[in-house]
Ligand binder design. Structure first.
Ligand code: PXL
Length: 272
């Protein structure tokens, strides 16, 4: 290779997503990879399950063998300079246990845990035995946990209906798990989509105009993947979240639309 060529080549930051495959490609590992690419990060994947679905309806979930999940993670961590890791849909307790076993050994890398339990469509995505493992074993390893309102309500054991309750819930969860918590308020309809970050010993808000009248799919995955990408590039947490919030809002605004029978299918445009 000539010197000129060698000088031009450069290495990108690398991020790993441990997630499920969404056949409709709006959520899951597909959303994560598209987001990583759009933000200039090279993404690698450890697949946990295959989900046959269209936006709005999960048809079937086929979990991967926990051993192959473990092997993917170990190989990737050994051979790529992974700077940040994200977990998405982990499906069941046996897979969560394998992921914990691998991630316990990982030092000095950011870990964003998106506790995917229920799809926006309302479909249950995580077996309930796995939730206890998340709480006891996975959350304490995280740099950041990114629940939506339903997931946070399940974790604090009471409904969250307004901004004051969001601040209280984020603080409760952050102190309980010893991690930063970004509580996503996108499902709390209003003129603004407001998220609350608990970090250290205080809370702060991140706000963007709410994009109304859209049935979204994959916004949670895209948002936490964008945070992971920014952390992989070296951003500090608050800045990573601010950039990711702008990214996901732009992706929602510039969505694709398809017609399917009498329904319309919306999908985020992560290249925006
Ligand atoms: O949006 C949550 C989610 C995450 N991961 C996979 C999914 C879904 C939602 O359907 O299929 C693989």
């Amino acid at each position: 290779m000539s010197n000129k060529k060698a000088r031009r080549s450069q290495s990108a930051a690398v991020a790993l997503t441990i997630a499920g495959s969404d056949s409709s490609a709006g959520a899951g590992a597909q959303a994560d990879l598209k987001t990583f690419s759009a933000l200039g990060v090279y993404g690698v994947t450890a697949m946990t399950c295959i989900v046959a679905e269209t936006p709005g309806k999960v048809s079937r979930i086929q979990p991967a063998d926990p051993e192959i999940v473990h092997e993917q993670i170990e190989l990737l961590l050994k051979h790529f300079p992974v700077a940040a890791i994200k977990t998405g849909l982990l499906c069941n307790a046996a897979i969560v246990a394998e992921v914990v076993r691998s991630l316990r050994k990982v030092k000095r890398r950011h870990l964003v845990v998106d506790p995917v339990m229920i799809a926006t469509s309302g479909d249950a995505l995580l077996a309930s035995k796995a939730v206890q493992l998340y709480e006891r074993e996975l959350f304490p390893l995280a740099t950041l946990i990114t629940p939506n309102l339903d997931e946070a309500a399940r974790l604090v054991g009471e409904p969250i209906g307004n901004l004051g309750e969001m601040h209280r819930a984020a603080t409760t969860l952050g102190k309980k798990y010893g991690a930063a918590v970004l509580l996503k308020g996108g499902h709390l309809r209003g003129r603004q989509a407001i998220d609350v970050l608990y970090f250290g010993n205080g809370t702060r808000e991140f706000s963007a105009p709410f994009v109304a009248r859209l049935k979204t799919h994959g916004t949670g995955c895209t948002y936490s993947a964008a945070i992971t990408a920014e952390l992989a590039k070296g951003a500090e947490l608050g800045r990573a979240i601010a950039t990711a919030k702008r990214f996901v809002t732009a992706a929602i605004r510039s969505h694709f639309v398809w017609k399917s029978g009498r329904d319309r299918i919306f999908a985020l445009n992560q290249s925006s």
